[in-house]
Design a protein around this ligand. Structure first.
Ligand code: ADP
Ligand code: ZN
Length: 729
């Protein structure tokens, strides 16, 4: 008997799958990864085959049979990966498997399908009729003539020759054309252009050496552990990736290139498509459901052999995977925020080790984890041999508040840029106009009614907006408490800086890049290319301006609040600040005109800022690793964060106490439970968080998992939202 072990794609957490089904002959090919519709209790659900067997412990008369096969499913390798994620990140098999199935599977609503079209081809009889002057209507003749050039779909024929479906049907009936069904791929816009025409520049010595070293690892079974490509900004890492990808393809294998979400601009994708052509498939969130489905199928069928995309592209259904590249490996978008809270960098490692692929992690600012654990290949210089731009730290602790958020030294540098007709980038890590609105008369301060945070003044819409829950209210003209009309807007965000720059530097154009201006598909790229097109301009924005672009005309990069990220109560604050300042600095001086960097800060002595100013990654990383070793933070321990939320404060307190008690009892020796500690209220919910810190990763994950499943199964956490985050960022 053939038995399929099936994991149902339901959201229930306490379900104990997989469940056995008997496979009848008529279902045809059923393997690991096949998606089935199965009877489940009284319902019919979608499920995935995770194992095949010859026998079941369920008595034969109780074994149900699947109803039908749904689509092509996924591969056995990806099923393994999905189940690994479920276990590793305390999620459910259904959620883990959801990541590795064709887009649209099991979503309940409309299921994405292939688009099928009829393609017409001219037959020998058709050629004869055309040449021998057979009896043909004008439309019929036109259609046959078009088909001499090649096979066409009905839609193409309609566009070219105005041929309707009636004409085609009559031609087919007379045997003058043959029609067949094909799957038509819906391709993302702009793809397939410039098919593989661009040629590689001659590699620099350092690039060539890096490529040689990486290629030598293609047959090394431990290469899945990962190799760090530590290359300064502008050192030409992408060319190195491209050369290794080309070699992998020559060997008949396939490759995945992961890029940060924000880096997925048409330019970045274009660089890969220009070199590798149609073999590149792109997976990202701006695609329509149909496009995503079809790009996925192109990868699965082998039509495409390279996948470029953000973190979810790590699940590309490629077989014979030879290489996974993670560009800008320090980027926080590699961590998924919702359940399953996977880290694509660790998933990539798992997959590479399983498939025998090489894993390459590239960045100018490696994570301490990578720096410590990985073999390193370095690109210490920019491709053009230019030095790194000098960085000037401006201490703003003693500056006059009336001076405003932009220091006079920064103003002077901006004025110079304008005089010379060059470009500048200015970063401030907050969107909106001003972060605080207070009444000058009574001191009333406007906060969010749902969250314990300040409301941010937005001038364009004249609103106060909460950056946590998006609550918005009209900007008040007077104080509701005392009636006072002198309201002060203090602090600065991107909107205020944009206005200051536009007033002061006119007629130089100022562009703003933040979450408010870059919404919608292509919004981010649109602003960057507008900035690119100007002769001389300023780009102001949040962290977004520090990422994923390369403008040679930029000669000044200024950061107005370099220590903003340092104030987060988080052990990664130093690491984030270092990477942000270094990445922003790296945008400047990418041409012969040279460049400079200004870093305004209240914390000039912080190691992250001091090291970034000297472009000293090794120095920073050595100090940071030492600090983490002393404090017992990752990579010297593993963290699991448990977060609870409820509408009533006593409820969340009780639940947190319960979880903490059970966990204390379940955790292995050497694991410590920190908390529960309160977090600020958000979206009208009171929150608590606790942290498990341990040296025994698997045991601790299992303890957390089992504890929570038991509490859920016992219905002891009613009305509580609970999330578990392994390796929180
Ligand atoms: P990184 O990702 O290391 O910051 P990029 O790969 O974006 O650097 O390269 C920076 C710039 O240098 C790009 O414009 C790229 O086209 C160019 N470049 C890279 N390698 C070479 C080379 N060998 N010769 C000439 N230009 C190169
Ligand atoms: Zn809010």
């Amino acid at each position: 008997m053939s038995i399929a072990r099936v994991e149902p794609l339901t959201t229930a957490r306490a379900l104990r799958g997989p469940f056995d089904y008997e496979i009848p002959e008529r279902l045809g090919d059923v393997g690991v990864g096949t998606v089935l519709e199965v009877p489940f209790g009284r319902r019919r659900v979608t499920g995935v085959v995770v194992e095949l067997a010859d026998a079941s412990e369920v008595p034969p008369e109780k074994l149900a049979r699947p109803i039908r096969v749904l689509g092509g499913g996924t591969t056995e390798e990806l099923v393994r990966l999905g189940l690994w994620i479920a276990a590793e990140y305390c999620s459910t098999p259904a959620r883990g498997l959801g990541l590795v199935l064709p887009p649209g599977t099991g979503t309940g609503g409309e299921r994405t399908r292939f688009r099928v079209e009829k393609v017409s081809a001219i037959t020998d009889a058709g050629r004869e009729a055309l040449e021998g002057g057979g009896r043909l209507g004008a439309k019929q003749r036109l259609a046959l003539q078009q088909l001499l050039e090649g096979d066409l779909t009905g839609r193409q024929l309609a566009a070219r020759a105005g041929v309707d479906s009636g004409t085609l049907r009559r031609l087919e009936e007379r045997g003058l054309i043959a029609r067949r069904q094909v799957n038509v791929r819906r391709r993302p816009e702009g793809s397939g252009v410039g098919s593989a025409a661009a040629s590689a520049p001659e590699l620099t010595g350092a690039q060539a050496e890096a490529v040689r070293d990486l290629i030598a690892k293609l047959d090394d079974p431990s290469a899945g552990q990962g190799v760090l490509l530590a290359g300064v900004t502008g050192s030409g890492k992408t060319e190195v990736y491209l050369a290794v990808v080309e070699e992998v393809l020559r060997r008949g294998r396939t490759a995945i290139v992961l890029v940060p979400e924000i880096g997925l601009t048409p330019q970045a994708v274009g660089r890969f498509q220009a070199r590798l052509g149609d073999r590149v498939a792109v997976l990202h969130s701006a695609l329509s459901a149909g496009q995503r489905f079809d790009e996925w199928q192109r990868l699965k069928s082998g039509e495409a052999t390279v996948c470029v995309g953000p973190r979810s592209a790590v699940f590309a259904p490629l077989s014979e995977l030879g290489l996974i590249v993670i560009d800008e490996e320090h980027d926080s978008s590699y961590k998924q925020e919702g359940d399953p809270r996977y880290d694509a960098r660790d998933v990539a490692r798992r997959r590479a080790l399983d498939a025998g692929s090489l894993l390459v992690l590239g960045t100018a600012t490696p994570r301490p984890e990578s720096w410590r654990a990985l073999e390193r290949i370095e690109l210490p210089e920019r491709v053009d041999g230019q030095g790194m731009p000098p960085v000037e730290i401006v201490d703003t602790r003693d500056s006059d508040p009336r001076q405003g958020p932009i220091h006079r030294k920064t103003w002077a540098a901006l004025a110079e840029v304008r005089e010379r007709g060059e470009k500048a980038i200015v970063m401030i890590n907050r969107r909106g106009f001003a972060p605080w609105l207070t009444c000058q008369t009574c001191g009333h301060h406007w906060g969010c009614p749902n969250c314990d945070v300040s409301l941010i003044v937005h001038r364009e819409s004249d609103q106060l907006i909460c950056h946590h829950c998006n609550h918005a209210e009209p900007l008040p003209r007077s104080c509701g408490d005392c009636g006072g009309t002198t309201l002060s807007q203090s602090g600065a965000g991107t909107q205020r800086i944009e206005r200051l720059l536009a007033d002061e530097l006119a007629p130089m154009p100022v562009f703003r890049l933040d979450a408010d201006t870059s919404g919608g598909p292509g919004g981010h790229a649109r602003i960057l290319s507008a900035f690119d097109r100007e002769e001389s301009a300023v780009l102001v924005g949040t962290q977004m301006v520090a990422k994923g672009h390369d403008f040679p005309e930029v000669t000044l990069a200024a950061i107005l609040d370099a220590d903003a990220t340092l104030r987060f109560p988080d052990f990664r604050a130093e690491e984030r600040t270092f990477s942000l300042v270094t990445q922003l600095a790296g945008r400047s001086g990418r041409s012969r005109a040279g460049g400079r960097v200004i870093v305004q800060t209240l914390a000039p002595g912080a190691p992250s800022i001091a090291s970034a100013a000297t472009h000293d990654s090794p120095g920073f990383l050595a100090g940071e690793l030492e600090r983490r070793r002393e404090l017992g933070y990752p990579p010297f321990s593993h963290l699991i964060r448990i977060q609870l939320a409820a509408e009533e404060e006593p409820d969340v307190d009780r639940a947190a106490g319960l979880v903490a008690d059970r966990l204390e009892a379940a955790l292995p020796a050497g694991a410590a439970l920190l908390g529960p500690a309160p977090m600020f209220r958000a979206r009208n919910r009171f929150r608590r968080r606790m942290l498990v810190r341990s040296a025994t990763r698997e045991l601790s994950i299992a303890a957390v998992h089992d504890t929570i499943e038991a509490l859920l199964a016992g219905r002891e956490l009613g009305g509580i939202t609970l999330s578990v985050d392994v390796d929180p960022q």
